[in-house]
Design a protein. Structure first.
Length: 134
């Protein structure tokens, strides 16, 4: 396990990969979504001291093109064993999706898949969505 300032580097990179996938949920990444990812990473010690976000984003985009959205979501979620990182991933993905103030059906579908893949109960997902709007 490689630690970031406050946690596990592998789990942190999978959280960032999930944010990138969330940004791609509707088929394109808006500038506000990319900025949200940068802001979320910079503001959370669990995500600090990683490789450049651009490297993680490029690798994630390549996997997305190769495998498709659902397998990429499954792989990244399966790599998150720590509950705090699973909750962080869900909350961050919701924030990224909301960054452009448009919430198309594709993003809603990805958020529901994330909830299931991360093993979050409805009450937990609702709590995290409330926190994501702050």
């Amino acid at each position: 396990m490689t630690l970031t300032k406050g946690g596990d580097r592998d789990e942190a990179e999978h959280v960032i990969a999930l944010m990138v996938l969330a940004a791609w949920a509707d088929g394109r990444v808006e500038g506000s979504e990319a900025f949200a990812i940068q802001r979320l990473v910079a503001g959370n010690p669990l995500l600090a001291h990683l490789r450049p976000i651009s490297e993680i984003a490029d690798e994630t985009r390549d996997r997305l093109r190769e495998k498709g959205m659902d397998p990429c979501l499954q792989d990244a979620c399966a790599a998150l064993s720590d509950r705090s990182y699973r909750e962080l991933a869900f909350q961050c993905c919701a924030k990224v999706m909301a960054a452009d103030r448009v919430f198309p059906v594709e993003e809603e579908s990805v958020l529901r898949k994330l909830q299931a893949l991360l093993g979050l109960e409805s009450a937990d997902a609702e709590r995290l969505l409330v926190l994501a709007t702050r």
